[in-house]
Structures are given as structure tokens and as C-alpha cells.
Design a protein around this ligand. Structure first.
Ligand SMILES: [Zn+2]
Length: 65
């Protein structure tokens, strides 16, 4: 296994989408990140479904380090 490449990690702060929330997550792809946020949103915000509108907000809040 060669791991010379450093994949860029993506980060999100839920507080950028939901005011006052301190949850943050990071992942290697938008898809993984959205899944993490969706799981958090379901648990802590009672969001049962990631609507296209919510997914767009989440994508807009993603930062690449
Ligand atoms: Zn949150």
C-alpha cells in the first residue's frame, strides 16, 4: 500500500447551517460528509430526511482544508 497522496479532507461546522450548534465533522468526500451531517441532524435536530434544499445548504458550508 502506498499512501503518498494526501487526500484533502473536507470539514463542516453544523453551526454554519444551524445557528448555535457546535457539531463539526470531517470526511474525505462531500458524500461522506453529508452522511455524517445527516446522521447528526437526525439525532440532534430531529431531521428525518435530507431534502435537496438542506443538502445544498450543507454543501455550501463545506470547507476544504
Ligand atoms: Zn447540528
Amino acid at each position: 500500500m502506498t499512501t503518498n497522496e494526501k487526500p484533502k479532507r473536507k470539514h463542516i461546522a453544523c453551526g454554519d447551517v444551524v445557528a448555535g450548534c457546535a457539531f463539526t465533522a470531517s470526511a474525505e468526500s462531500d458524500q461522506d460528509l453529508i452522511e455524517k451531517v445527516a446522521a447528526h441532524a437526525a439525532q440532534d435536530h430531529g431531521v428525518k430526511e435530507v431534502t435537496p434544499e438542506l443538502a445544498a445548504k450543507v454543501k455550501a458550508a463545506i470547507r476544504t482544508a
